[in-house]
Design a protein around this ligand. Structure first.
Ligand code: HSE
Length: 434
């Protein structure tokens, strides 16, 4: 059978990795796909010193690839929203299948892109957009298709996890580790996407859609970054038996779907609490299977290329199939998507770690306990660091049971209004993940 012809747009970290893996594993890939997968053209403005492109046609204009009649599958690896969206829509218009690693594009414009792809009967595959090399989209969309998914929670930004790990284990500074993550090709072009949780929210939006069968709704995701975490909170969390991870959580409840990214205390003995460095991990809980865990490299040249090439093999196999009988883009049939709403963060429920700077007076703990109990907030554990009294202030750290966020907001406002409490109360959400 004739080889499938692929055009790669973007020869940066992921594009370079994809080119090299396709070349190195060509024989193995052809044995799986049933035919060869050949790179017919590459669009890049800069040569990648890690790629020997040899006789492959190279252009500086992505539209050359998109309009090349020889090409069956366009691989979009330029990132961003504007040109990437234009080239993907044009490729679909031209009847070409698309493989992309662009989570921002899918999370923000995916509904429009998939609608156009359905109209044209082409596939848009995006396994590499979430958790790098971990085939978590395929696992949820196909492997767990028999389940009603209850919740998922994941460490889905490698850069952020790398920063938290290096800070905790080696005491390195935030800026120093971020710089290394950029040099290693993990970080986004704009690294605030990593540290402020935007990249994780893009990925969580995609995972929630395929888990619950809802349209992509990135604008409704709650996002909180890691830049304000302090070493003191990391250490207090450890003393209470927890690790702090930057987690994306999507949970189905009767009133709606929680969609939130924020620093989270996780019991230190959970497997996911021990996922370190650039590694990602996603837990998915289904009603039939229970909890499952997917682990692997979440960023980097060849791990991400592994997912791009797997999509290429899938598309190559599906080229001759009836478009109406393919796996739906968002796992559920497009006319069966649910309108279950995304909940605002104030309606989401979790447990909370609170750190209060209190004056070292008799009766302060009683006032704190009263404020919490008046709002029906149950305390799981409390720790007062008498040894750390400074300027007459003592840190009081407590962990609550699960409660709706609005009640914690009220309690924090009341605590901050106390004469014996100084400054802002630190609040970090806690998930048991069991
Ligand atoms: N910047 C992303 C991360 C790259 O660090 O996870 C992979 O999506």
């Amino acid at each position: 059978m004739k080889p499938v012809k692929v055009g790669i747009c973007g020869l940066g970290t992921v594009g370079g990795g994809t080119f090299n893996v396709l070349k190195r594993n060509a024989e193995e890939i052809a044995r799986r796909a049933g035919r060869g997968i050949e790179v017919a053209q590459i669009a890049t403005r800069h040569p990648n010193p890690k790629c020997d492109t040899g006789a492959t046609s190279v252009t500086a204009d992505v539209l050359d690839v998109v309009n090349n009649p020889e090409i069956d599958i366009v691989v979009e690896l330029i990132g961003g929203y504007t040109l990437a969206k234009e080239l993907v829509l044009q490729a679909i218009e031209n009847g070409k299948h698309v493989v992309t690693a662009n989570k921002a594009l899918i999370a923000v414009h995916g509904n429009e892109i998939f609608a156009k792809a359905r109209e044209k009967g082409v596939i848009v595959a995006f396994e590499a957009s979430v958790a790098g090399g971990i085939p978590v989209i395929k696992a949820i969309r196909e492997g767990l298709a028999g389940n009603r998914i209850n919740w998922l929670a994941g460490i889905i930004n490698g850069t952020g996890n790398f920063i938290l790990t290096e800070m905790r284990e080696k005491g390195r500074t935030f800026e120093d580790v971020l710089k290394e993550a950029q040099e290693l090709g993990y970080a986004e072009a704009d690294p605030t996407f990593d540290v402020e949780g935007i990249d994780a929210a893009h990925k969580l939006t995609i995972l929630a859609s395929i888990a619950f069968g809802i349209p992509l709704q990135f604008d409704k995701a709650y996002t909180e970054g890691i830049a304000r975490l302090t070493t003191a909170d990391v250490n207090y969390a450890e003393a209470l038996g927890y690790r702090i991870k930057h987690l994306g959580v999507a949970r189905r409840t009767d009133s709606g779907i929680e969609l939130r990214v924020h620093p989270t205390l996780i019991p230190a003995d959970r497997l996911i609490a021990n996922v370190n460095g650039v590694m990602n991990a996603v837990m998915v809980n289904g009603d039939a299977v229970g909890s499952t865990l997917y682990y692997g490299a979440g960023a980097g040249m060849e791990p991400t290329a592994s997912a791009v090439v797997a999509d290429l093999v899938d598309v190559a196999r599906a080229l001759t199939t009836d478009p109406n009988n393919r796996v739906p883009h968002l796992a559920f049939q497009p006319d069966s998507l649910s309108d279950h709403p995304i909940l605002p963060i104030s309606a989401c429920e979790s447990a909370y770690y609170l750190r209060i700077q209190a004056k070292d007076h008799p009766g302060v703990l009683a006032q704190v306990a009263t404020i919490l109990s008046e709002r029906g907030i149950n305390i799981e554990s409390i720790m007062q660091k008498e040894a750390e009294v400074q300027d007459g202030l003592v840190p009081v750290i407590l962990v609550t049971h699960r409660v709706v966020e609005q009640r914690i907001d009220d309690a924090i406002a009341a605590l901050e209004a106390l004469e014996d409490v100084v400054g802002q109360v630190v609040r970090i959400r806690v998930e048991q993940l069991n």
